[in-house]
Write a new protein. Structure first.
Length: 136
């Protein structure tokens, strides 16, 4: 149900700051009055081709993020042969790591290589390492 934020009253108003316009939320009504608003429990990152993204994140932070996220999504392809959406985002993080040719960036890739489950993404680690070598 789409309600403008101005329609939130009483108990639901305390969550108004969590909602952006046009966000899909679950609204609990009683006699037409919103009692509760449940915002989405996730954030979807949208990556478009040719989009310039300037993110200043340390190599250690990227490695930690990849350590937590990558094992949860096995590299796979959809019915059209494209990488799954989540895998595309993980590969993008590996590409960001590959852009960091500092000592910290090289060490981060070596630490990821030592993690057994990262063998699933060995190809992405290889590409990141090659990108770092080209930048030096």
């Amino acid at each position: 149900m789409g309600l403008p934020l101005s329609h939130l009253r009483s108990g639901a108003a305390d969550r108004q700051h969590l909602i952006q316009e046009e966000a899909l939320c679950e609204v609990t009504l009683f006699n037409g009055v919103p009692l509760a608003v449940t915002p989405p429990n996730f954030v979807e990152m949208v990556i478009k081709k040719r989009q310039v993204c300037h993110v200043n994140v340390s190599a250690n932070m990227l490695a930690s993020l990849l350590y937590m996220i990558a094992p949860k999504f096995r590299p796979g392809r959809d019915q059209f042969g494209r990488l799954d959406d989540n895998v595309q985002k993980i590969v993008w993080l590996f590409e960001l790591l590959g852009q960091d040719s500092s000592v910290e960036g090289r060490q981060a890739i070596q630490r990821l290589r030592q993690i057994r489950v990262m063998r699933l993404y060995s190809e992405s680690l290889d590409r990141a390492e090659q990108a770092q070598a080209e930048d030096r």
